[in-house]
Write a protein that binds this ligand. Structure first.
Ligand SMILES: Nc1ncnc2c1ncn2[C@@H]1O[C@H](COP(=O)(O)OP(=O)(O)OP(=O)(O)O)[C@@H](O)[C@H]1O
Length: 254
């Protein structure tokens, strides 16, 4: 990659037009608000372009677009939490048609990541990017990207089991196996169940016959049909992305 006239390095432009707009140039306006971008936006963008996930942005979008459930694996600090939701939102189409939820096991993480992403997108926290933790809902009607504790999403499921306001649900820090995230796995799996998934689950059950001890399902097994997208890093952490195309005519038994 060669430095451009501003001295910054820009990676190969993705084919997806929505993704092209997050790699803004001076003079562009914010695709979310229509306002001119601030100087801070471009300072942060320079750093974002160097994150490992940035290079994989088109792959990440295609993976989530083409699969009902996906697993993203990358080393800590590679941009899974802050970047990938932005890629999905900006890519548009079905993925950007509803809100994007990103769960965090901890309240502080939900708040601080939302604040960081709001800065990166050059929007006011609580507007296009917000967070929802117990006793604190910093979102608005404009909110497209919502960081929230896994407990809050679980609570929402009680009144909306299909999580119909979301086009994508990302269960972040899934390896931590909090009770709420584990229950969400089950609820999401129910919500997106298809005959193909059932076949695959059945195959796995047959493969396991005769094994001396049942191993707990791994993250990959809990997201059937999900091809993992490795980013080639030293240490594996996981983010899980579930697309939930809104199909109001279908009813699911929960
Ligand atoms: N609040 C912040 N202030 C400044 N930089 C930040 C902040 N949050 C994240 N970053 C930067 O963004 C990069 C990507 O962070 P992000 O949380 O998306 O990574 P991650 O792959 O999700 O990591 P982890 O697996 O540890 O959750 C970090 O390397 C860091 O440089």
């Amino acid at each position: 990659m060669a430095p451009n006239k501003n001295g910054s390095v820009r990676s190969r432009s993705p084919k997806n037009k929505g993704l092209q707009r997050i790699d803004a140039s001076p003079g562009d306006v914010n695709w979310l608000t229509g306002a001119p971008y601030s100087k801070r936006f471009f300072d942060i963008l320079k750093a974002r372009r160097k994150l490992p996930c940035w290079e994989k942005r088109e792959d990440a979008v295609n993976m989530v677009r083409n699969n009902q459930s996906s697993v993203l694996i990358g080393e800590t600090g590679s941009g899974k939490t802050t970047q990938v939701p932005q890629f999905l939102l900006s890519s548009g189409g079905e993925l950007g048609s509803g809100k994007i939820a990103v769960t965090q096991p901890r309240r502080v993480a939900a708040m601080s990541v939302a604040a960081r992403v709001a800065q990166e997108m050059d929007v006011e926290l609580g507007q296009e990017v917000g967070y929802n933790i117990r006793f604190e809902d910093v979102t608005s009607e404009k909110t497209r990207l919502k960081y929230m504790t896994d407990g809050m999403l679980l609570r929402e499921c009680q009144t909306d089991p299909l999580m119909s306001q979301y086009s994508v649900i990302i269960l972040d820090e899934a390896h931590e196996r909090t009770l709420a995230t584990d229950i969400l796995f089950g609820l999401l799996k129910e919500a997106i169940q298809t005959p193909a998934d059932e076949d695959e689950t059945e195959c796995r059950a047959q493969e396991r016959e005769g094994e001396p001890e049942e191993e707990p399902p791994t993250i990959l097994e809990r997201a059937p049909g999900a091809p993992p997208l490795p980013c080639g890093f030293r240490r594996f952490l996981s983010v899980e992305c579930y697309t939930n195309p809104i199909q109001p005519e279908q009813s699911f038994a929960m």
